[in-house]
Design a protein around this ligand. Structure first.
Ligand code: SF4
Length: 263
């Protein structure tokens, strides 16, 4: 079987993607980019939950108030949020799910119909594909992995969220990132990548590069829902996952070397 046929087989026919030894394609390492669009990190990242519901947040101070929240108040603030028009049409807010000490953060665009029903990101077909993508990286949801979206409420008809909706919801994700302090962020799709990087760019121009969200390496691949609609691009997503895995392996090897070096 040709290599291409083998890849197609892995992508299209198998319900689970599996990286095999010697199968990883080597892609050129891109120069790290610098991101300036993200807000300043708070000093109290990973601060303990306060278990206090915040008082009514003044619109002007809303962003600052969110940046002070622990996990529980943050989740409660999202659950009761009416800061943008998406509140009027949602069934459930979708806060995010996974290991709150995770090294890996995967960020999508927004909830779809099933997520809106269940209140959990990436369920249904796209969720199963994400789980396969995680498996390809040797990971699984909830185990050192956290999954969240740019907007926490479903845009009607699964449309791309409007800029004002993204702007209203962004502080929640930024605070989630501050609390998580992930080691790697993977942006799934253009909305997630552009929002986190604060710069309009095409997915094609961002693939195979390492960016930074503040000090955290950020890499980009396609959104699973897009891949379900555009099967040929699964090959590109596979390449992205290989690239991500290679970079992480390099960083881990570098960290291990640093640890072994005499001080
Ligand atoms: S999308 Fe975000 S900002 Fe808009 S109502 Fe939902 S939680 Fe609030």
């Amino acid at each position: 079987m040709s290599r291409r046929a083998e890849i197609l087989d892995e992508m299209g026919l198998s319900p689970r993607w599996t990286l095999r030894e010697g199968f990883v394609r080597t892609l050129p390492t891109a120069a790290p980019g610098t991101v300036t669009g993200a807000p300043a990190a708070a000093d109290d990242a990973r601060s303990p939950d306060t278990h206090a519901v915040p008082a009514a947040v003044d619109a002007q101070d809303r962003g600052a108030a969110i940046m002070q929240m622990g996990w529980t108040p943050l989740a409660e603030a999202v659950a009761g949020c009416t800061a943008c028009p998406l509140a009027a049409t949602r069934n459930c807010t979708v806060f995010g799910v996974g290991d709150r000490q995770a090294s890996w953060l995967f960020v999508g665009e927004g909830p779809g119909a099933e997520e809106d029903e269940r209140g959990e990101p990436f369920v249904g077909q796209a969720g199963r594909l994400l789980d396969n993508m995680l498996a390809a990286l040797g990971m699984k949801r909830g185990d050192d992995v956290y999954v969240a979206n740019i907007v926490k409420c479903r845009p009607p008809g699964n449309r791309v969220p409007a800029a004002a909706e993204v702007a209203a919801c962004e502080p929640y994700l930024h605070r989630q990132i501050q609390l998580l302090q992930p080691k790697v962020i993977v942006a799934l799709g253009k909305t997630a990548a552009v929002t986190l990087l604060g710069k309009e760019q095409s997915i094609a121009s961002m693939r195979g590069k390492v960016f930074r969200y503040r000090d955290t390496p950020l890499m980009v691949t396609y959104h699973p829902a897009y891949l379900l609609r555009t099967l040929p691009d699964k090959i590109k997503a596979w390449e992205d996952l290989c690239f991500i895995r290679e970079r992480v392996a390099e960083w881990r090897a570098g960290a291990a070397q640093d640890l072994q070096s005499p001080g």
